[in-house]
Design a protein around this ligand. Structure first.
Ligand code: NDP
Length: 241
């Protein structure tokens, strides 16, 4: 396999599982996260499997970091064939209590990052007349969640951006979709108490949280589909919403 996939927020959770799924198929992987520890551990695990892997510390909420991320990816592996915008943070609380800093951080990390990374990736995809972009969204992007209004807004923004960009890029044979996850068992949900997790599971028809590997498998299958499958928000939530 001579293709490169760049995954943001790939040091743990869903992004890490996606990196392993693609590495198993022989893709070159470019991973990024803000922190070094987990990121370099993940890179070393992939290298130990014989995968080609580059890890770059970058804050995707910053345009300059995204520019450097793609520059380093290009230097190491050439063109990025697949971009997976996965990095994200959550914020739980009443909207009225949110500070400007919290709002800006959420908006930049979850939504501006998608713009910054797509802007870097698209020109070479258009030149090649092929490419794939998958944005990791949330079920809350369509239906909204109480005490997660700002988070829901960023994911709703991702959904709209996905649909619009798919129309813009379909003439260039570039696929753009979003994977809207329900509750997946990662560090993002580690704040839940045992009782809260049990109550959440009660609401999910599948009777459990999703596994990061299931999100990775779904991402892999979407990205292996014909480019004609584009502009879709595909939900993975155990029948929850
Ligand atoms: P985790 O918290 O487990 O992982 C998040 C990853 O993103 C980490 O690698 C983290 O590394 C990285 N990251 C966070 N902020 C930035 C940043 N500014 N720049 C670069 N990397 C960053 O979360 P999940 O794996 O659960 O979430 C992945 C995606 O899936 C997110 O977009 C999330 O919104 C979405 N999602 C998750 C759901 C769930 O239930 N888990 C449900 C629906 C959607 P570091 O902190 O070192 O930067």
């Amino acid at each position: 396999m001579n293709k490169t996939v760049l995954i943001t927020g790939a040091s743990r959770g869903i992004g890490k599982a996606i990196a392993f799924r693609f590495a198993r198929e022989g893709f070159r992987t470019v991973l990024c996260a803000r922190g070094e520890g987990e990121l370099f551990r993940t890179r070393d695990q992939l290298l130990a499997l014989g995968a080609s892997c580059l890890a770059v510390t970058a804050d995707v909420g910053k345009a300059e970091d995204c520019r450097r991320l793609f520059e380093e990816a290009q230097k190491a592996f050439g063109t990025v064939d697949i971009l997976i915008n996965n990095a994200g943070i959550s914020h739980i609380g009443l909207l009225q209590d949110m500070t400007d800093t919290e709002w800006d951080s959420l908006l930049h990390t979850n939504l501006s990052s998608v713009f910054y990374c797509c802007r870097q990736a698209i020109p070479s995809m258009v030149a090649a007349q092929q490419g794939r972009i998958l944005n990791i969204s949330s079920v809350w992007g369509a239906v909204g969640a109480s005490c997660e209004a700002a988070y829901s807004a960023t994911k709703g923004g991702i959904n709209a951006l996905t649909k619009a960009l798919a129309k813009e890029l379909a003439p260039s044979n570039i696929q753009v979709n979003a994977l809207a996850c329900g509750a997946i068992d990662t560090a993002m949900n580690s704040f839940l108490s045992e009782e809260e997790e049990a109550a959440l599971i009660d609401e999910i028809p599948a009777g459990r949280l999703g596994r990061p590997e299931e999100a990775a498998e779904t991402a892999f299958r979407i990205l292996s589909s014909p480019a004609y499958l584009t502009g879709q928000i595909i939900t993975l939530d155990g029948g929850w919403q």
